[in-house]
Ligand binder design. Structure first.
Ligand code: THU
Length: 161
């Protein structure tokens, strides 16, 4: 028996103002996108903004549904919109931010497992890491160099071959 240790390195920024200008701009777009969340059930709004290699910024926000599982997270709304409208363009950066109707969230809030899996498919296919920046409503911002760093032991299409 051998033991394997999995390590992930994340960068933690004290606030948005520490980020490069282009990423601050992307996070501002994610905050704006968050206002378009449809979250009457959870009162938890999520905004996503991703930048493509052609410079286009694609937005997403969570869209809930009375039949609960029919809704979709902000990250997947954004990444599927990018795939549908700009096929072949690489996703370079993704900014995420949340806002709760119950309390101010200051803890950086990472994408859920299902979104990590969906994002991983795009990262593997484009053979280029997607940089992720995520935060709460205010406070620190966490940067992950790639989806892979947030989802080790990735399951991808190579297992289906
Ligand atoms: N949500 C997202 O949009 N992204 C995530 O990564 C986590 C959760 C949404 C789904 C649901 O509308 C609400 O947040 C509460 O789970």
């Amino acid at each position: 028996m051998k033991k394997h240790k999995l390590e992930t390195y994340l960068e933690v920024y004290d606030s948005i103002s520490e980020l490069p200008d282009t990423i601050q701009n992307l996070m501002n777009k994610a905050q704006q996108a968050r206002n378009n969340a449809y979250a009457p059930y959870s009162h938890f709004k999520v905004g996503a903004a991703l930048e493509l290699s052609n410079g286009v910024i694609v937005l997403g926000s969570n869209q809930e549904n009375a039949a609960f599982p029919s809704g979709l997270c902000a990250e997947r709304v954004a990444v599927f919109a990018a795939g549908a409208n700009y096929p072949g363009e690489r996703i370079l950066h993704l900014a995420l931010t949340v806002q709760s109707g119950h309390k101010e969230i200051t803890t950086p809030t990472p994408p859920c497992g299902a979104c990590r899996q969906s994002l991983a498919e795009y990262e593997v296919n484009q053979d280029h890491p997607i940089e992720l920046y995520f935060m709460g409503e205010t406070g620190k911002v966490v940067k992950s160099q790639s989806v892979r760093d947030l989802l080790p032991l990735i399951f991808d299409s190579s297992f289906l071959e």
